[in-house]
Design a protein around this ligand. Structure first.
Ligand SMILES: [Ca+2]
Length: 273
């Protein structure tokens, strides 16, 4: 955890730290012979089993996915096709939907209390809805880009394409703290869709089939879940169809993942590599 006011300095320091890694020289032993550099501590790796798969709307440019009270919610992006929707897992059918007007490009969603929050990519605006009716209830402004959302049950937690997660007051959307995400000193940029999973923040990284498991207290990556191969190559349509949805249902202890324009939602079981 770092104070928001020091964010610029800390991010700068992180960038220099990353550079210095490349300057390390192999150590020499007593005979002056070069020896291998000390092993870098390795972040634990995880892989997955697909437990089940379900249809997913291939027109859905997925930006957020979550379970709430036994119902599956999804948000989609692109100007003109952005919306929030409740989806039936088994059929992939949209139960109800609320469109987001142009020129906004919808991004992540989260539900906290009676409110569903939806952020936008570059409008600097968050919209709120009654999650039960999808009726618009308000809006907030914020600085910078909006990518993903989740919650620890108290604060809203937001990604913005950097390696910094911003905590926000659900009543005002004001930033209350920032957590810089690092893996053994290396910054982890382009954190995207988020999910709070049993005290950890899970974040998929844009354009990668991998999910970082993040300790919210320190920002340290405690594990990497490698989802390489989850979407078969034949189902790939281009570079836009990236992993971008993680939903954890605490009631059933199930994890579902999907991606932009993917034909499937997958229930996965995470296991050690
Ligand atoms: Ca999520």
């Amino acid at each position: 955890m770092i104070a928001l006011s020091t964010l610029g300095l800390v991010v700068t320091a992180g960038a220099f730290g990353a550079c210095s890694d490349g300057e390390q020289q192999p150590a020499a032993n007593a005979d002056g012979m070069a020896t291998a550099a000390p092993a870098t501590p390795k972040t634990p790796g995880y892989t997955f089993d697909v437990v089940a798969e379900y249809p997913h709307d291939t027109a859905a440019f997925t930006q957020g996915l979550l379970w709430h009270e036994g119902r599956l919610f999804e948000s989609t992006g692109q100007v003109g096709t952005s919306n929030i929707r409740e989806v039936t897992l088994a059929s992939g059918k949209v139960v109800r939907q609320q469109d987001l007007e142009e020129p906004h490009f919808g991004e992540g969603i989260v539900i906290l209390g009676p409110t569903l929050y939806q952020i936008t990519w570059q409008s600097g605006m968050a919209f709120t809805y009654d999650w039960k009716t999808f009726k618009r209830t308000g809006e907030f402004r914020y600085d910078g880009e909006g990518w993903g959302l989740t919650t620890d049950g108290t604060s809203i937690i937001m990604s913005n394409g950097s390696n910094v997660l911003i905590y926000r007051d659900p009543k005002t959307f004001a930033a209350t703290k920032a957590v810089e995400v690092k893996d053994h000193g290396n910054t982890v940029p382009q954190l995207n869709e988020l999910e709070w999973v049993k005290g950890e923040i899970w974040a998929n990284v844009w354009q990668k089939d991998s999910i970082a498991r993040i300790d919210p207290a320190t920002g340290e990556v405690t594990g990497w879940i490698d989802l390489t191969g989850i979407l078969p190559p034949l189902d790939r349509t281009g570079k836009e169809d990236v992993l971008n949805g993680i939903a954890y249902d605490a009631a059933t202890d199930k994890i579902h993942v999907t991606g932009k324009l993917w034909p499937k939602v997958y229930e996965i079981r995470v296991k050690e590599k």
